[in-house]
Write a protein that binds this ligand. Sequence first.
Ligand SMILES: Cc1cc2nc3c(=O)[nH]c(=O)nc-3n(C[C@H](O)[C@H](O)[C@H](O)COP(=O)(O)O)c2cc1C
Length: 333
Amino acid sequence: MQTQLTSSLNIEFPLIMAPMFLVSNKAMVVAGMQNGIAATFPSLNYRNEGELEMLLDELNEEKSKLSVKGTYGINLIVQKTNPLYEKHLKICVEKKVPFYITSLGNPKQVIEQAHSYGGKVFCDVTNIEHAQKCYDLGCDGFIAVGQGAGGHAGPNTLQVLISSLHHHFPDKMVIAAGGIANGEGILSMLALGAAGVSMGTRFIATQEAGVSDAYKKAIVDSKMNDIVLTEKISGTPCTIINTPFAKKIGYKQNWFERMLSNNSTTKKYFKMWVQLSGMKKLEQSVKPGNYQTLWCAGQSVELIGDIKSVKEIIDRLKTETTKAFENLKSVVA
Ligand SMILES: Cc1cc2nc3c(=O)[nH]c(=O)nc-3n(C[C@H](O)[C@H](O)[C@H](O)COP(=O)(O)O)c2cc1C
C-alpha cells in the first residue's frame, strides 16, 4: 500500500506505532520495523545516562539488517518543562534518527537540526493555530490528534480536524491519530485524505509491551465509557482508564494548584513538579503487582479484545484494511 507517508519514510504500510511514555520499548520498535511500519518511542523512556545513545546504536544496526522497508522514529517533548530536551535532541542528531514526532511546545530546533541531515519531523497538533506555527517552521507533516486518543487527546473529531488541516495546508501530509485500532479505522482515515495512521493504545495489549499484565488486561476488558480525562498527571487533560485508584485521586486540579499553574513566577516550576509526580505515579502503576492503577489509554480500548504479538497485530491490520477496501468497493459499486 503506497501513500505519501510510505514514500516519505520508506515503509511498506502507512502505519506509525505511536510513542507511549513508559510503554514503548526496544522489542516493540524492532518488531514494528521488521513488519514494515514506522515504530516510535518517547526519548523520555530512556532517562539514565548513556541509555538513549546505546539504544539508538542498536536500532540503527537493526534497521541496517532489515529485509523489509521499516523504520523507527523518536518522540521529543519540546517543552521548557522537559529538562532532557536539548540533551536528547543532541544525541538523536548525532545518531541520525530517521524521523521525529514532536509534542507540545515549539519544534523549531528539532526541525532545523533534523533537516540538516535529511531527518523528517512530524508535529502533533490538535488545532489549526498550533499547526500554523509548525507549518511556518517547515515541518514535514502533521499528526492530527483527535478526540478519544490515548494520552493528551485533542478536543476535535478527526473528520473535522483532518479536513480542516487539508484546507489550510494543502501541501502538507496529515497522519491521523486517536481511536483507531482496526483496518476499517485505517481505511476511513485514508478516505479522509490522511497519508497514514498513528496508533498507540492498540499496541499496549502486545506481548512485547513493557507493562504489567494487569494493565494489558485492563486494556482488553475496558470499554470506551471507561475512559476519562484527568489533569492529575501532567496538568493538561490526559486520557486514563477510570479505575478505583483514578477515582480516588480525582480528575481536576484544585483552586490552589490552578493558581500555581497560572501564576507567572510559579508556573514553570509547578508544572515541572506536577509532571514529575504524575510520572512517578504512572511509573508505579505500570509495574507488576502494584496497587496503584493509573493507566493511560484511549477510547479505542472498545475495539481491543486480545493480547497478541506486534507482528500478529500488524498482519491483522494489513488484512483488515484490504478487506475493508474490498467491502467498500462492493457497497459503492
Ligand atoms: C500510554 C500512552 C502513553 C503516551 N505517551 C505519549 C508520549 O510520551 N508522547 C506523545 O507525544 N504522545 C504520547 N501518547 C499519545 C500517542 O503517541 C498517540 O498520539 C495516541 O496513542 C493515539 O491515539 P490511540 O491511543 O487512540 O491510538 C501516549 C498514549 C498512550 C496511550
